[in-house]
Every structure is written in C-alpha cells, then in structure tokens.
Ligand binder design. Structure first.
Ligand code: FAD
Ligand code: FO1
Length: 468
C-alpha cells in the first residue's frame, strides 16, 4: 500500500507565509523521478496549494575530484530525467553555476514560495543549502530521500559502529520501509516560459579533467538502474553472501553508481528484496541475541550492507564534520597512529607512484588498475587498497588525502559518504575497534596479501587486472 510522505522525513529549514507562488524541488543527490520522497513531498505541497511545480538542478563546473567519467554518467542520467518529468507536466530547469548563485535569482524570477531539497550530509552541499536558505524569500524544506530511516531520526549523534546503529535502524525499518506512491501528472501548468536544457552549453561550462574517460560497463539513468537491480535480485542475490567478498567473481550488485547519483532509491532495492523473500523485513534482518552474523541469509547480508552500513556512512559524515581528515578519527586511533609516526616504513610511495600503480605489490597494483580502468574497484580490495596506502605513505594524513583523491577521481561511486567512511575505517579505525599493535598501523586493523590469499585466488585476480 503506497503511503504519503512520512512527515519525519521532512526537516523544515525556513517557513514563510503563503502568497500563492510556485513550488520547486531543487534536486541535488536524488537524481530520479520515481521513488523520490523529496519530489513526492514537493508535489504534495503543490497539489495542496493548487500550485505549479518544477524541478531545478544546478550544474557546478567542478565537484571535488570528479572528471569526465562521473560527469558524463550524471549528465546522461539527467537528460533522460528531463524527458520523464516532461511527461508528467513537471518542467526540468538546468541552471549553470553554484546553487547559492543561480538559485536565488531563479526563485525571485519564478515567484517560488516553497523550495524543497534533498538531504545530503557532505560539507559542500550543506553549505549550498545554508546559503540558499538565507537568500530566498520562500519556505525551505529538506527531505531525506536517500536513507530508509532518515539520518536525523535514526540517531542524534555520531554512532560508534554498525553494532550501535543496527538496532536503531532495525527498530524503525517497519515504519520507514513503506511503499512509494507514483508521481502524478501535475494538474497545474508552469506559468513561465521553459527553456529546454542546453546540454551542449552545460558540457562547455565544465572545468574538469577529460582524460579519465567514461566507462562502458555501466549505463546511467533510472531505467538502467532498475534493470541492474532486477538482474542482481534474480541472479546475484541467491549467492550474494558467499560470493560478495571474492574479487575474482562478479558477486556484488554493481548498484553503487546508481545509489551515488540517486538513479535508484536504496528503499526501492530493499522493498524489492523483501518482496522476493516473502517475509516481513524484521524477520529477514533479525540476528540471534549476541548479534552474530553466522550463516547469514543472502537477503540479510545484502540489507546489512545496503541499509546498515550505508546509513552508518551518512551518520558519520553528517555528525563528524572532520570526516575527511585525521582529526575525524576516534581518539584511540589518533593516539596509536601518532605513536607510530616515526616507525620505519619498508616502502614509501608518492601520490604519483600510487596513481601509476607502480608499487612493489602486484596485488595492490591490480586493484589500482581495476579502479582506473573500470571506475569500480571490488569492495573487498578497497579495504586492502586503502590500508596499504597507510602502510606505504610517509604519514597517515598523506595516506588519507591520497586515498580520497584517487577514489574520488576514478570511482564512479566516489565523492560519497560511503567513500569517506570506508577510507576513514581503513586508515583511521572509524567504526572499528583497536587490534593488536604493530609497526606503522599501531592498533588500526591490519590486512595483508596472505589474508587475501585465504579468501580468494590472488594470482587469478592479478592476471585478470593486468590486461590493457
Ligand atoms: P554491494 O556489495 O552490492 O553492496 C550494495 C550496497 O551496499 C552498496 O552499493 C552500498 O550502498 C552498500 N555498501 C556495501 N558495502 C558498504 C560499505 N562497506 N560501507 C557502506 N556501504 C556499503 N562505497 C561507495 O558508494 N562510494 C565510495 O566511494 C566508496 N569508497 C570506499 C572506499 C574504501 C576504502 C572502502 C573500504 C569502501 C568504500 N565503499 C564505497 C563501500 C563499498 O566498498 C562500496 O559501496 C561497494 O563496493 C559498492 O559496490 P556494490 O554496490 O556492487 O556493492
Ligand atoms: N550535485 C549538484 O547539485 N550539482 C552538480 O553539478 C553535481 C556534480 C557532481 C559531480 C560528481 C558527483 O559525484 C556528484 C555531483 N553532485 C552534484 C553531487 C551529488 O549529486 C551528490 O550530492 C553527492 O555526490 C553526495 O552524494
């Protein structure tokens, strides 16, 4: 049964008296029409007030380390979105430039009285939102359309780890894992002229590195994202837990680029998984009393990663403003890494050595090559990859900055809360505990190629990634 937008997903940033103006959804993270609580909330306002409705996307000429690879993926997805929205009588406006410049002018020119935007815990989008909220003469609402359990609801603080956020998420899943209503054909016409998006001017406006090219294995857009989800649920999920950590197998879902750019709602992936399981979600995810994950079901393993681990990353980047720096590490990790700053590094590599995949370790080089070539390093290898950068960099800060830069430059799913959390876990013990002490790592969890060799066929992975 489809439900209206749960009011707990909506966070009011500013209220202004109504004056019969228009409603706009300023889209940032959730670049899709269907299954988008922010768009659904904007339309509910517009229907209630009998107002026109349109969607605005502000294209910035650069975004963190994004290159041609990520912008091509995103812009292609937005082009198909413009067409889908037009069929629902909801115009799509592509504005060029930073939102805090382009949006206030647009709002004034189009008599915007309610501005809805989506939840995004990253520093730059949060700053855009603050400035836009100050600048517009409109009510402003933020809707969490990324997390199933809204980040602001699941916890008022930074969680220690999956083990502390998991019960809080699980308790609220039955309330928030609700079915999406469909977007309606909007009953009120937009009263201003609508210029179709100029995609050529958009591309010319970008100041990005064009040398990191688009990837062929993953086509962007909402329809493609649903097809990938269907394929995974039919042929990947039934063996997910056994295969997901073997980089020589295609055992992951391949969904992260679609989640990152918002082409697919994690909530849709969860709803479809639960439908296939034929059991209520709380029975799928429940663990025995000591929380052990022994012989996890495949659906439980997938939902654990896709809901608990992913929502833990939003919690981390939302409440820890130092999410991309050494200061963001837990105190025990900062202490131990400081105590081992002067340890002899057996190997020390520069940023260029790492980027050229020219370390002494063929396994690390293979992972780096996979990321540069495909834009998607296997999840298991990402842990090994980042931890070895800690081991072979002159300092933890250099390792952290280097891992973030390479991850955000080459990964399709980079520039994402999951990335900052995953790298901080690997290098700074975030969401992890102290392990027995060793050189350079201190008490930060260690990984090595022997550990990998116990898990999968290392030689095969290296051979597969040494191709051109
Ligand atoms: P699947 O195994 O199919 O997982 C499905 C979904 O579950 C993922 O799309 C993701 O949303 C979520 N998920 C799975 N593993 C994790 C995890 N460890 N933490 C949080 N969510 C998870 N993920 C990104 O989306 N962007 C990144 O930039 C990124 N950088 C990472 C860097 C490092 C050093 C590490 C250790 C992990 C990183 N991850 C990142 C998390 C994880 O590796 C990827 O989400 C996963 O590999 C994406 O592939 P998939 O969707 O096929 O994964
Ligand atoms: N968000 C925007 O609102 N405008 C952009 O031009 C934009 C570019 C962009 C490029 C690469 C990328 O990975 C993300 C980008 N985003 C942009 C942000 C994205 O939509 C999300 O807000 C963040 O990635 C957080 O997940």
């Amino acid at each position: 049964m489809a439900s209206p937008v749960n009011p707990k997903r909506v966070h009011t940033l500013k209220e202004r008296p109504r004056r019969g103006g228009t409603v706009v959804y300023w889209m940032n993270r959730e670049q899709r029409m269907n299954d988008n609580w922010a768009l659904l909330f904007a339309q509910s306002l517009a229907v209630k007030y009998a107002s026109p409705l349109s969607v605005v996307f502000c294209l910035v000429p650069e975004f963190l380390e994004a290159t041609e690879r990520q912008y091509r993926f995103m812009l292609t997805g937005l082009e198909s979105l413009e067409r889908s929205l037009a069929a629902k009588n909801i115009p799509f406006h592509l504005l060029l430039g930073a939102p805090d410049h382009a949006l206030p002018r647009f709002a004034a020119q189009h008599d915007v009285e309610s501005l809805v935007t989506d939840f995004n815990p990253l520093r730059l989008p949060m700053r855009w939102k603050e400035r836009v909220t100050d600048a517009v003469n409109a009510s402003v609402y933020e809707v969490d359309a990324h997390n199933i359990v809204p980040a602001r609801i699941v916890s008022p603080k930074q969680e220690f780890g999956a083990y502390t956020i998991r019960p809080k998420v699980h308790r609220l899943l039955p309330e928030f894992l609700d079915e999406f209503p469909a977007v309606r054909k909007h009953p009120h016409a937009w009263p201003f002229p609508v210029a179709p998006a100029d995609w050529k001017a958009a591309d010319r406006s970008l100041r990005i590195d064009r040398s990191v090219g688009a990837v062929a294995w993953c086509s962007p857009g909402e329809a493609e994202a649903r097809a990938v989800l269907e394929r995974f649920l039919n042929s990947g999920l039934p063996s997910y837990d056994a295969r997901r950590n073997d980089p020589t197998l295609d055992g992951q879902s391949g969904l992260s680029p679609y989640f990152h750019f918002g082409h697919l709602a994690p909530q849709r992936a969860a709803l479809e998984t639960v439908k296939r399981e034929g059991r209520p979600v709380h029975l799928i995810v429940q663990r025995d009393k000591n929380g052990s994950a022994e012989n996890r079901g495949n659906a439980e393993a997938f939902l654990e990663e896709m809901i608990v681990r992913r929502e833990l990353s939003d919690n981390f980047t939302f409440y820890n403003t130092a999410y991309d720096s050494f200061d963001g590490f837990p105190a025990w990790a900062q202490l131990t890494l400081n105590e081992h700053r002067k340890d002899l590094r057996e190997h020390v590599y520069s940023a260029d050595d790492f980027e050229a995949a020219e370390t002494h370790d063929p396994l690390w080089n293979a992972a780096q090559r996979q990321m540069m070539r495909t834009g998607k390093m296997h999840g298991y290898m990402r842990m090994y990859w980042a931890k070895k950068m800690l081991e072979w960099s002159a300092s933890p800060e250099e390792a952290l900055a280097g891992a973030i830069r390479l991850n955000d430059r080459y990964e399709l799913d980079g520039r994402d809360p999951n990335g900052y959390a995953g790298i901080a876990w690997s290098i700074g013990g975030v969401h992890d505990r102290a392990w027995f002490e060793r050189p350079v790592y201190g008490k930060v969890r260690y990984m090595n190629d022997n550990g990998c060799a116990k898990k999968f066929d290392v030689k095969r992975y290296i051979a597969e990634q040494s191709g051109g």
